[in-house]
Design a protein around this ligand. Structure first.
Ligand code: GA4
Length: 327
């Protein structure tokens, strides 16, 4: 029998000086309905490693359906939710424990591996009736996120003046592409402590991640100078986050951005993140068309599968690309 021990609040770390984190006065915002967003996207990736997209064409009714399903799931009895935990780790339901190496945060979540563009078998004990509807919302949402991610990656190739427009997007459009959908629920945190870590600082290993939340804030980004800023929630937009793999594919022209979430004090934060990764066998190496004469790769060659394996051996805040940098 698997015995699950749930960490208590006093085991969750506090974010240093989280209270003083100012709101970022300017979030780079890309209106996808306007012509030629490529250069603005590339500039945002270079200067910030994140940006927001508006007029993205994603059906907000679908977003609501997914959020409703998530709310129903997270309000199930703890014992029911945990029946969908250990057997699938690191996928499935998780409560306060993040990854496999002792990281903890003030949240519960669902992680879905995506196989052939759809969630890998959702069979949730105790959630059978709602799970069919939830599953179709999940799959429709995944399709929408994949299309959005492809569109953004194509614009990135255009903005970098790479002739092969699909050089990045083709990596995530393959049936074998390794993608994850994550639903995070941050319950209001008892006011015993403030600045409790919801999800600790980290960079995402994939190419890009697309994050949407309800109207409860908490998301923070590290700027280039190391200062942390809070991003006001914007339920109608999507945040796009540069991941480690895109850093390597651009030979460091883009940097993956550190981000984290501070636990909410009064209301529940719900967020959904789509992580766009390539097939496991894909070599992650700088795009030749981007390299200037005599420019060498800053990284040793590796496949996405190798990077992912190394990521799962690391702690959340580790600088994972360090192992793959050339001396
Ligand atoms: C960070 C990005 C995604 O949420 C995630 C995370 C994964 C997990 O929660 O299982 C990891 C983390 C993330 C990077 C390092 C390892 C793996 C937790 C952790 C400590 C799903 C992913 O792909 O990498």
């Amino acid at each position: 029998m698997v015995v699950l021990t749930t960490p208590t609040l006093d085991q969750i770390p506090l974010l240093k000086s989280a209270k003083q984190i100012p709101h970022i006065s300017y979030v780079p915002t890309i209106d996808l309905s306007k012509p030629e967003p490529a250069l603005s996207i590339v500039n945002a990736c270079k200067s910030f490693g994140f940006f927001k997209v508006t007029h993205h064409g994603v059906d907000m009714e679908l977003v609501e359906r997914l959020e409703d399903g998530a709310r129903v799931f997270f309000s199930l009895a703890q014992s029911k939710k945990e029946r969908w935990a250990a057997a699938k780790a690191p996928m499935g339901y998780g409560n306060k424990c993040i990854g496999l190496n002792g990281d903890m945060g003030w949240l519960e979540y669902l992680l879905f591996a995506i196989k052939n563009s759809a969630v890998d078998q959702v069979s949730m004990p105790g959630f059978e009736v709602s799970s069919r509807m939830f599953c179709s919302a999940l799959n429709e949402y995944i399709t929408a996120m994949r299309n959005l991610a492809s569109q953004i990656l194509q614009q990135i190739a255009n903005g970098l003046q790479i002739q092969t427009e699909d050089v990045f997007s083709s990596l995530i459009e393959n049936e074998e592409s390794d993608q994850i959908l994550r639903l995070n629920h941050y319950p209001p945190c008892p006011r015993l402590k403030s600045g409790v870590t919801g999800f600790g600082e980290h960079t995402d290993p994939q190419l890009i991640s697309i994050l949407r939340s309800n109207s409860v804030g908490g998301l923070q980004f590290a700027l280039k100078d190391g200062r942390w800023v809070s991003a006001a929630p914007d339920p109608n937009s999507f945040f796009v986050i540069v991941g480690d793999s895109l850093q390597v594919l651009t030979n460091g022209r883009f940097k993956s951005v550190k981000h984290r979430v501070v636990a909410p004090e009064h209301s529940s934060r719900l967020s959904t993140i789509f992580f766009a990764g390539p097939p496991l066998s894909q070599r992650i190496t700088p795009v030749p068309e981007l390299m200037q004469d005599g420019e060498e790769s800053l990284y040793r060659e590796f496949t996405w599968g190798e990077y992912k394996k190394a990521a799962y051996k690391s702690r959340l805040a580790d600088y994972r690309l360090g192992h793959f940098e050339k001396a």
